[in-house]
Design a binder for this molecule. Structure first.
Ligand code: AMP
Length: 484
């Protein structure tokens, strides 16, 4: 394991269709709706009369599928699509999904959202036994495990394989006879099922993508469930009963679209509640509340509602600049914050501003924004973050895999306040986040994974444990602030 902990398969979006004559076109539309979940590359495998066919590439969905022919050539009654998140490492064409495996008797497409905690050790074992991998992505491990299984049917082979991989996953597999979908035993990564008016089914990462293709919501795929859809309809079975709900809280905080619902909770409403709770926990006397578009607007609205401080359009976002987080170098990231966000001077000048953002990762956005607000004549800037300080890495599929880059792991809140040069800085409490989402009364942490804030991981970290221990031993000082 390299010194810097880095997985190869992070946040992604998946979209599968079975039983509709426009399967490839619907998948293309669905991937556009899921574009926020991954901008590094995209791909679609279509079940055509000639078998499974794939088109994929690096870039945005609109770039990969610029030529309309790239979608029409995939025409058939089923399809599987994927958008992949950008990371500094692993940016090679071989990692763009769906992966397509061709065997003498059949072909299988595989798409994965998440990160496996035992992929490396499984891969080493498989390689030692002669397996040949085509990508550096850990998703491929599942296919090798399926093929090695001695079970009599594909379904049972898949179940055996699903019980060997650990961590965060929403898998979809497309064969010539069925579409399969499965979620890990903790439900870290979301996956939902929808029904099309044609009678066909959609299985995808977010309900916003169901809405985009006119599919009616059927159900969330529950932790430990395997869904099988074929020409005789849909079946749902448990591949394991050892489950414990721990949905990734960053899905609610930042990642998912506000118009999606995860396990019945509206992402927008959850964010509004986070902002309201933040206003109660961390009040401040100010003239206006401004949110950082787009992911923080719901929380800013909540802060304004609960505090009675008017909400203002103090920041404008250019619709045509991609997310800053994914820029490969710090200098590029800083420049793109300014390109992407610009303050409305007439609104901000002479005002005491509560600036609400959903999270602080490296601190690039906050640092740049505070400077922009000061340049625009803000009298005071009070930074309020609608999630707790991100201090620990995620190993289940969010691209936060090294503490070294996490600002709150390296600095106390007081230090961060000084670095940003704000009048005050405060975060939402972990309990505040759990209550705001309001997912479950019975599961630990209200059914959320809050490991990035507490360092308490819902599962063993396996391959990642030694490197994390080493990283954390160097960060004792600020990690010890966690319970504060
Ligand atoms: P930073 O500028 O590095 O502090 O990143 C903070 C911004 O990135 C916040 O405004 C969030 O909206 C966004 N963000 C939070 N988590 C992630 C993530 N896992 N991937 C991409 N962007 C994120």
């Amino acid at each position: 394991m390299p010194a810097e902990i880095k997985g190869l398969n992070e946040e992604c979006g998946v979209f599968g269709v079975w039983g509709d004559n426009c399967a490839a076109e619907l998948t293309h539309l669905g991937l556009h709706t899921l574009q926020h979940r991954g901008q590094e590359g995209a791909g679609i495998v279509g079940l055509t009369p000639a078998g499974l066919r794939r088109h994929y590439g690096l870039g945005l969905v609109s770039e990969v599928f610029r030529d309309p022919q790239s979608v029409t050539q995939l025409q058939g009654t089923a399809a599987l699509g994927h958008v992949r998140y950008s990371t500094a490492g692993g940016r090679i064409l071989e990692n763009i999904q769906p992966l397509l495996f061709r065997f003498t008797t059949e072909a299988i497409a595989l798409a994965h959202n998440g990160n496996l905690t035992n992929a490396l050790s499984l891969r080493k074992k498989l390689e030692a036994a002669g397996a040949i991998f085509q990508s550096t992505s850990d998703s491929e491990v599942l296919m090798h495990l399926i093929r090695l299984s001695q079970q009599p049917t594909f379904e049972l082979q898949l179940i055996e394989a699903l019980n060997q991989v650990h961590g965060g996953f929403a898998f979809e597999l497309l064969t010539q006879s069925a579409l399969y979908a499965a979620v890990d035993p903790n439900g870290f990564r979301p996956l939902v099922i929808g029904r099309l008016s044609s009678g066909g089914y959609v299985v995808c990462s977010e309900t916003a993508a169901l809405n985009a293709v006119g599919a009616e919501f059927v159900q969330d795929v529950q932790p430990g469930q395997l869904v099988i859809i074929d020409d005789s309809g849909m079946r749902v079975r448990a591949y394991t009963t050892h489950t414990q709900l721990a949905v990734c809280s960053m899905e609610y905080v930042y990642f998912a679209r506000p118009d999606s619902e995860i396990y019945g909770i509206s992402v927008h409403e959850a964010r509004v509640r986070m902002g309201m709770r933040l206003a109660h926990e961390q009040p401040v006397d100010a003239d206006i509340v401004v949110g950082v578009p787009n992911s923080s607007l719901s929380a800013a609205l909540g802060y304004s509602r609960a505090s009675g401080i008017p909400y203002e359009m103090g920041l404008i976002k250019s619709q045509y600049v991609a997310r800053t987080f994914i820029q490969p170098t710090q200098e590029l990231r800083e420049r793109s914050v300014r390109l992407k966000l610009s303050p409305v001077r007439s609104v901000i000048k002479g005002k005491r501003v509560v600036l609400v953002d959903d999270s602080i990762v490296r601190g690039t956005t906050a640092r740049q924004l505070v400077q922009l607000f000061k340049d625009a004549g803000a009298l005071e800037v009070h930074l309020r973050i609608a999630s707790p300080p991100l201090r620990f890495p995620c190993f289940y599929g969010i691209d936060i895999q090294t503490t070294r880059e996490l600002m709150a792991a390296n600095h106390s809140v007081a230090e961060m306040r000084d670095i940003f040069g704000v009048n005050s800085l405060a975060f939402l409490s972990t309990q505040g986040l759990i209550d705001s989402v309001g997912l479950s009364d019975t599961a630990p942490n209200g059914g959320l994974c809050v490991a990035y804030f507490t360092g308490e991981y819902p599962t063993p970290l396996e391959d990642y444990a030694p490197a994390l221990k080493q990283e954390l031993s160097q960060l004792q000082l600020h990690v010890s602030e966690v319970s504060a």
